[in-house]
Each structure stands twice: as C-alpha cells, then as structure tokens.
Design a protein around this ligand. Sequence first.
Ligand code: ATP
Ligand code: MG
Length: 222
Amino acid sequence: MLSCKKIYKSYNTTNMGSNTVIDNVDLTIQKGELIALKGPSGSGKTTLLNLISGLDNITSGEIIFENHNLTLMNNDELSYFRNKNIGIIFQFFNLLNDLTVIENISMPLLLRGVSRKTAYNKALELVKELDLVERENYKTSLLSGGESQKVAIARSLITEPRIILADEPTGNLDAENTEKIIKLLINSCKAFNSSLLIVSHDENIIKHFNTVYKLDSGKLSS
Ligand SMILES: Nc1ncnc2c1ncn2[C@@H]1O[C@H](COP(=O)(O)OP(=O)(O)OP(=O)(O)O)[C@@H](O)[C@H]1O
Ligand SMILES: [Mg+2]
C-alpha cells in the first residue's frame, strides 16, 4: 500500500555542512500491517514519519501511496491527501490549544466538510472511550500531558484513516493507560483495516507487534 524507495533526507546545517538523517531507507507497509519502529534518540524516527506523511520533503528517493507519488504533490494536494488517508499522532501532540477537547478531536472531520453535529457526535464516542468526558469542554492548554496525548490519539482515529503514524503515543501515560491505548489503537486498525506504524521504546508496547524495525543513524533494519 505504501512504499518508500531508497529515501534520503539530509539537512543543511550552516556551519557543519549537510547532515544525513535518513539514509537509503526502503520500507513497504501493507494494508492492515502493524509495525513498531524503535531506535535511539536522534536516529531519525520522527523525521521518517514526517517524510511518509509529506510534512517534510525527501532529499531523494520516492514515496508511493497506492498509485500516488507523494514526491510529486504540491502542498494543497498533500494536505488533502493527509486528511483523507493518514492519521498522525505527533510526539508533541500539536493540538490547537485555543480550542476545546471536542473541537480538537472533531477538526479533521470539519475540515472534510462533515457537519458539526455529526463530527461532535463521533468525537464524543472517542471522548467516552478515552475517559475524557469530564474534560470535553476544556481548552487543551489546560490539560495534563497524558490527557493531551489522549486527545491527539482520538483526533488521529476520528477519520478512520488508512494508515496511522504514531510517534511515541504513550510517552506521557502510566502503565494502565498505555495498555488501554495500545489496545485501542490496534483494535481500531483491525476494525478499519488500517495500517499502523508506531514509534516506541517501550517493551510493553513492542511486544504487541510481530514486525519490529530499528532505525540507527538513519539506517533501517529489521
Ligand atoms: N529541521 C531540522 N534541521 C536540521 N536537523 C534536523 C532537523 N530536524 C531534525 N534534525 C536532526 O535529525 C536528527 C533526527 O531527528 P529526529 O527528530 O528524527 O530523531 P528521533 O529519532 O525522532 O529522536 P527522539 O527519539 O529523540 O524523538 C537529529 O539529529 C536532529 O537534530
Ligand atoms: Mg522523535
């Protein structure tokens, strides 16, 4: 379904020349496939997710999602493509902090032109599932790290995306919530027949996955 072919990413840093962060990565993700990705801090995990979602541009190589070549899309096409196909759980949440929990979770559906009522009802189901009912009308700036993480997870699930890219989605949660969230993510992917690429260092998460890849200095291995 998604294939990355010989992708490279390097950043030009003013005083040190260019720095290769993703180094000749080949990665194929099948429909419904569940993959964990681990690797030391700075190895390029977040960068790889940003490249796959088209939030950052590759230096060379190709990323193909079904018959669409992401490398050839302009920013408007990429935004549309992301909203239609990808759910992203950012490492640092990227919530809209002037908006409430329900508004944040509903946003991807509102952007698709779904009515406010339909979007809020669907958001409410996720709010219940994630035990956020008491926070539903709070602005997200007032939430704890773990609560913010749950909102980011709910926002990624609301569109029933074809692929979920999750960047350490339980880094702020306790063991009980971690187990709950990982089950919700895996069960949701199975229900939607979606793929999941999840970045984590936590063995309690990694044990749920048959396919585990490792990034080390931008090189991917299994
Ligand atoms: N915009 C940028 N400009 C220059 N260098 C960057 C940029 N973004 C990331 N890097 C560098 O790329 C490398 C990989 O960063 P990345 O955030 O992908 O690591 P990571 O594996 O997600 O780490 P962590 O586990 O700490 O989240 C780092 O050395 C970082 O400094
Ligand atoms: Mg990261």
